[in-house]
Design a protein around this ligand. Sequence first.
Ligand code: SF4
Ligand code: F3S
Length: 106
Amino acid sequence: TFVVTDNCIRCKYTDCVEVCPVDCFHEGPNFLVIDPEECIDCTLCEPECPAKAIFSEDDLPEEFRDFVALNAELAQQWPVITERKDPLPDAQEWDGVSNKLPHLVR
Ligand code: SF4
Ligand code: F3S
């Protein structure tokens, strides 16, 4: 399974969604998540993210451990997104800022 992590928050570039063959991205107000029940480990999304926010669960840095459960939880609550849209207006300013989890809007 692939996991969306901290640096997506407040950026949400959405380049990732167009390449997913099984439509497993779900969209919230300022973050995207992957449904672990649907992801087939195709690896296509990982290089698409300009914010480098997507990791294989197998290569997940320890600091992002909590994002595994968060992706699973929010994928149940948020709608599927399959078409790319504009990033959030302040995406460039927030890209690379660490520990954005307190900014997550559910
Ligand atoms: Fe979709 Fe493939 Fe990324 Fe899984 S690894 S979320 S199946 S694009
Ligand atoms: Fe987020 Fe990267 Fe996709 S910033 S919306 S995971 S392209």
